[in-house]
Design a binder for this molecule. Structure first.
Ligand code: SF4
Length: 389
């Protein structure tokens, strides 16, 4: 969504599931999207339910917006548990920004014991990305799953919808969704043109199914909560529009702000020209060192100036990593932020402190990934993708 003519003194920006342009004003984006802020009363409620402090992703405003979250919490407190649904479009390797919705899902599953459904849209990436074969999106889909589930999900409460493998379970509900979505709605939401292939037009029906499948299986309404990047919100507007006419609860959403790229982009993105702006989960230690050493910061032009005036963490890609995952201790995070602002901490020292943390995380993650190999195929609904596509 474009912010059109911005208010006086504000910059224009654009946020869609495919494109982020300009400096995002998150407050204004929430107004434009019509979402609700994840404000103090909602957080206080989450603290009562989940314990204090909340996960840093919640406590530090990385999750900043929602749709209908209090309704899901109301039902949970009345003894009606929700399930979590998030997804992955396998167009390449997994990087740190992809972990945000999965990390929140892992935390909520661990704290509340709720079921987690993950959809791997190998069909979507095949249809929308001309250069990728179906064999490649399937291969990437399974590899990506190992990376994402290695965050530590409960195998007994994790269900995978791998689109081309789980189609028997997906298709009947996808048809019911498709019958309720007109071409003009899909065109308005996704901006289709006459050049789009016909598969891409149907795809939104497939993406809606995981929000309803647990209700269809249980034979009663089961509330759904979808953690996702705020740029992905348009994908679920159609899902929410068709939910009640189909007899299912509208899925609630909780949105994260976008993790900035290491080269100063608003969004960490693995498009080819930005490879140095991204930490992939399979980056070797020397690559982590090289990328972080060059990362864009909020530092000043000289040491003298930084000592005197302090730096600006809010625009710094290194601080965004501390904030998201690498300084879990609130005291340490507060100290990094304070000394950055005061000029006591210099950017070189700050990066040297962060690099081994990231390397250690990736090393441990690779070991946990091997454990997921043991159970991942048995969690795929209808069985793993096998044979040739
Ligand atoms: Fe970023 Fe650290 Fe420099 Fe602050 S001191 S601007 S957090 S690199």
């Amino acid at each position: 969504m474009d912010d059109g003519a911005p208010p006086p003194g504000k910059e224009a920006f654009k946020v869609t599931p495919w494109e982020v342009r300009g400096k995002i004003d998150y407050e204004r984006l929430q107004e434009l999207f019509g979402t609700s802020p994840l404000d103090e009363p909602v957080k206080a409620r989450l603290r009562r339910l989940l314990g204090t402090p909340l996960h840093p992703l919640l406590e530090r405003d990385i999750y900043l917006s929602h749709r209908d979250l209090p309704e899901v919490l109301d039902r949970y407190e009345r003894g009606d548990p929700f399930f979590l649904y998030t997804g992955r479009g396998p167009s390449g390797e997994v990087h740190l920004a992809h972990l945000l919705p999965f990390e929140l899902s892992r935390y909520l599953q661990q704290k509340l014991g709720v079921e987690f459904w993950v959809q791997v849209t190998d069909d979507e990436k095949f249809l929308f990305q001309g250069s990728l074969s179906l064999e490649e999106t399937r291969r990437l889909g399974r590899e990506n799953l190992l990376d994402l589930l290695a965050l530590g999900f409960d195998p007994k409460k994790t269900h995978i919808l791998f689109d081309t493998a789980s189609i028997r379970s997906l298709y009947p509900l996808a048809l019911k969704v498709a019958k309720r979505v007109t071409y003009s709605t899909a065109k308005a939401v996704f901006g289709f043109t006459p050049q789009n292939n016909i598969g891409s037009i149907f795809f939104t029906a497939i993406q809606s199914v995981p929000a309803f499948l647990p209700s269809a299986r249980a034979g009663r309404p089961v509330p759904c909560l979808i953690p996702c990047g705020i740029d992905q919100d348009p994908h679920f507007r159609i899902t929410r529009d068709v939910a009640e006419p189909l007899g299912y609860p509208k899925p609630a959403l909780i949105h994260n702000r976008l993790l900035p790229g290491l080269s100063g982009e608003e969004k960490m993105s693995s498009s080819a020209e930005r490879k140095d702006g991204v930490i992939f989960l399979n980056d070797p230690p020397e690559e982590v060192d090289r990328k972080l050493s060059r990362a864009f910061t909020g530092g000043r032009a000289s040491v003298e100036e930084q000592r005197r005036l302090g730096a600006n963490p809010e625009v710094c890609s290194v601080w965004a990593l501390w904030r998201s995952r690498f300084a879990p201790d609130p005291k340490e995070f507060a100290e990094i932020t304070r000394t950055c602002r005061s000029g006591e901490l210099l950017c070189g020292e700050c990066k040297r402190r962060l690099i081994p943390r990231v390397q250690q995380f990736l090393g441990e993650h690779a070991r946990r990934r091997a454990d997921v190999e043991r159970w991942v195929d048995s969690a795929i609904v209808d069985g793993p993708p096998g044979g040739t596509a």
